[in-house]
Write a protein that binds this ligand. Structure first.
Ligand SMILES: [Zn+2]
Length: 103
């Protein structure tokens, strides 16, 4: 009998590998599951560290989430910058891509 290293063996008990766990990670984060109760995290220092990193990143992302709209003055600056750019007159290499009217 040969066992391939990358073959997935599903045994009666749910033994999670690091790959399995990391595959579930986004889902766990989305559902705000209690990661500290996860069996795999209790036994795997690698994934525990990974989760700590991700939680840190998620926190930082939350801090960045309320993005302030640029003030009208910023938009005016952008508009005038575009007008003053000599490259914007014709000859654009951008083909007009038809946008699907989906919502
Ligand atoms: Zn692991």
């Amino acid at each position: 009998m040969t066992t391939r290293p990358n073959g997935r063996t599903t045994v009666g008990k749910a033994i999670m590998t690091c790959a399995d766990f990391q595959e579930r990670l986004p889902e766990l984060f989305e559902t705000k599951a209690d990661l500290s109760a996860d069996e795999h995290l209790k036994t795997c220092e690698n994934c525990a560290a990974l989760v700590r990193d991700l939680e840190y990143i998620a926190q930082q992302a939350k801090l960045l989430l309320p993005i302030h709209d640029p003030s009208p003055a910023v938009w005016e600056n952008i508009k005038s910058a575009i007008r003053n750019d000599p490259d914007t007159k014709g000859g654009s290499s951008n083909p007009s891509v038809p946008r699907p009217a989906g919502r």
